[in-house]
Design a protein around this ligand. Structure first.
Ligand code: ADP
Length: 309
């Protein structure tokens, strides 16, 4: 059975904006799927329809076999959602925020408290359970949203840009948690701006543009399309320039250059090579946003121009 089955879904908002123009999307039970697209592509609208916040215009949507029109309550019960905006009262206590959410699903307080404890512990928020939410850091608030979304033990967890603005360390611990959750059988659909996140976590990715899914494939296959990556490398001093000429470095200043590497050429090996040449690498980072590059690649390959990015 599919966790999500969307057929020919359309949405026209009352101001005439055609946000979805016939979306087809299947996510299998237990899958980990990314929904990628530029701002305004239609991601939040799809999530809104799945979670009952937005009324669709036409089409057919099922969540674990429950039709969202005919079996709205059953569909709602199997979904947990972590929205983009923090939408809890900051004056409520952490534990209460999680336990009170269970009320919407008709879950009794004892069961809810046990589930809240389990998830607050797993998300390292148990020590803060009596704190008002306003005292939590940004990363803790994000984790609280996840704990709250899990209180009804959803079979499908939807995360809408939940790691945006979260620092690297917290993002990594959230990834680990989501990975474990998925291994335990929870299907996950997430939207994100980070291709690293997609590569690390997701098996599949669907790409939406202007209200239509333009690609839906295994992440492995999609990532192959952006196999080459440009890095900005800082070194203590550029030495033996002639020896790295083969990599076609583009000089930025006396300590910095750009270099394009393919997956096979591997960044680690390149850095080792620089150190053999006596250069100390003080910093390196990818130059651009790879998701944007991937979008461009797919769009261009569809229109038949600019392949080979
Ligand atoms: P994304 O989540 O990918 O950024 P959205 O689903 O939020 O995209 O938006 C898709 C399109 O629908 C955009 O053109 C957006 O401006 C429009 N839109 C979203 N919500 C509303 C709304 N409540 N009323 C009118 N237009 C909307």
């Amino acid at each position: 059975m599919n966790a999500i089955s969307i057929k020919n879904l359309t949405k026209t908002y009352s101001n005439g904006t055609r946000a979805l123009k016939g979306v087809d999307l299947q996510v299998s039970a237990g899958d980990f799927c990314a929904l990628l697209g530029a701002n305004g592509a239609g991601k939040t609208t799809i999530i809104g329809i799945l979670t009952g916040l937005v009324n669709k215009t036409s089409g057919h949507v099922e969540v674990f076999g429950h039709d969202i029109d005919r079996e709205h309550q059953s569909a709602k019960r199997v979904i947990g959602v972590v929205p983009q905006e923090m939408n809890f009262s900051i004056f409520e206590k952490v534990e209460d925020i999680v336990v009170n959410q269970a009320g919407y699903f008709g879950i009794d307080r004892k069961t809810a408290s046990a589930e809240a404890e389990k998830n607050l512990r797993r998300l390292r928020l148990w020590d803060q359970r009596q704190q008002m939410a306003k005292n939590l850091s940004g990363g803790m608030k994000r984790r609280l949203m996840i704990a709250r979304a899990l209180v009804n033990k959803p079979r499908l967890l939807i995360l809408d840009e939940s790691t945006a603005g979260v620092d690297v360390e917290i993002r990594h611990s959230m990834w680990e948690f989501l990975g474990e959750l998925n291994s335990g059988g929870t299907a996950i659909l997430l939207t994100t701006h980070y291709l690293e996140e997609v590569e690390r976590l997701c098996r599949r990715a669907a790409i939406i543009k202007d209200g239509l899914i333009i690609a839906n494939d295994r992440v492995k296959n999609l990532v192959k399309m952006v196999a080459r990556e440009t890095y900005i490398v800082h070194v203590d001093a550029i030495r033996s320039l002639e020896k790295i000429r083969g990599y076609h470095p583009v000089m930025i200043d006396e300590n910095t250059f750009e270099v394009e590497l393919s997956k096979e050429e591997r960044l680690n090996e390149f850095i080792a090579y620089l150190s053999q040449l006596g250069m100390v690498v003080t910093d390196f980072r990818p130059k651009g946003n790879r998701i944007e590059k991937l979008f461009l690649h797919i769009l261009n390959s569809q229109t038949g121009i600019g392949a080979g990015l």
